[in-house]
Design a protein around this ligand. Structure first.
Ligand SMILES: [Zn+2]
Ligand SMILES: [Zn+2]
Length: 233
């Protein structure tokens, strides 16, 4: 895979790094998602299901993770032009830890850490400062999706710690960014970004128009999936 790290250009992304299947709270099977992504000519998708006890997960342990992994492998052989990443979206907890996942986080290709509880930006930045130090996740999912307020000084702290840890900030299509002033701070610290639809059904897969527009408008540094897979080796 090619290593790409550059300012965003409208034509660049052929991926969707945030899709939920029926292995958590999505409606479609891994097979149906892969088929749709292949039809859309996407090059890479990340299946980012929640696993117990993260919010949106189905109750169950490693068996769901393992059976999904087999489905991902089958989809990979059915659609050789499509790369299907074995990813998970894990809750960032208020004590600055990630929710546990059966079998541990090391088994996944990519990890999205997300706040699924409302907080003001001061608590958000302080929790983020703690959790990124553990270097357990690659992408901050829907970064302001649960923010009840935003202060620039908190955004400054968040942008700095995310940049230092090399954690990407997700431009999420389901939770569109409201506090766009943060992008200027993120740019000051040279933060990296990814795009994800947060699809829970087939019809929204690959829909990243708002994220693409944000990336172009604010000249954000969007990375492709190879960036993370290289870091992991
Ligand atoms: Zn989420
Ligand atoms: Zn999600």
């Amino acid at each position: 895979m090619r290593f790409v790290l550059q300012r965003y250009k409208m034509r660049d992304t052929h991926y969707d790094l945030h899709i939920h299947s029926d292995c958590s709270d999505g409606a479609a099977s891994v097979h149906e998602i892969a088929s749709r992504a292949n039809t859309l000519n996407l090059e890479t998708i990340a299946l980012a299901d929640h696993f117990w006890p993260s919010l949106g997960s189905r109750q169950g342990g490693e068996n769901i993770i393992m059976s999904r992994r087999r489905e991902i492998e089958i989809a990979g052989s059915e659609y050789p032009a499509l790369e299907v990443l074995d990813c998970t979206e894990v809750d960032i907890q208020s004590d600055g830890s990630l929710a546990p996942v059966a079998g541990g986080l090391g088994q996944f290709d990519l990890i999205i850490g997300s706040f699924h509880w409302a907080s003001d930006s001061t608590q958000w930045a302080s929790t983020l400062s703690k959790v990124v130090k553990k270097r357990q996740f690659d992408i901050l999912g829907h970064w302001d999706g649960f923010l009840s307020s935003y202060r620039e000084e908190d955004g400054d702290i968040a942008a700095r710690v995310l940049a230092e840890a090399g954690v990407a900030i997700e431009l999420n299509e389901k939770y569109m960014s409201e506090h766009t002033g943060f992008f200027e701070q993120a740019e000051d610290y040279d933060c990296i970004f990814t795009l994800g639809s947060d699809s829970h059904s087939l019809d929204t897969i690959g829909q990243l128009d708002n994220g693409r527009k944000m990336a172009a408008d604010f000249s954000l540094r969007v990375v492709d999936p190879a960036y993370f897979l290289k870091q992991r080796k």
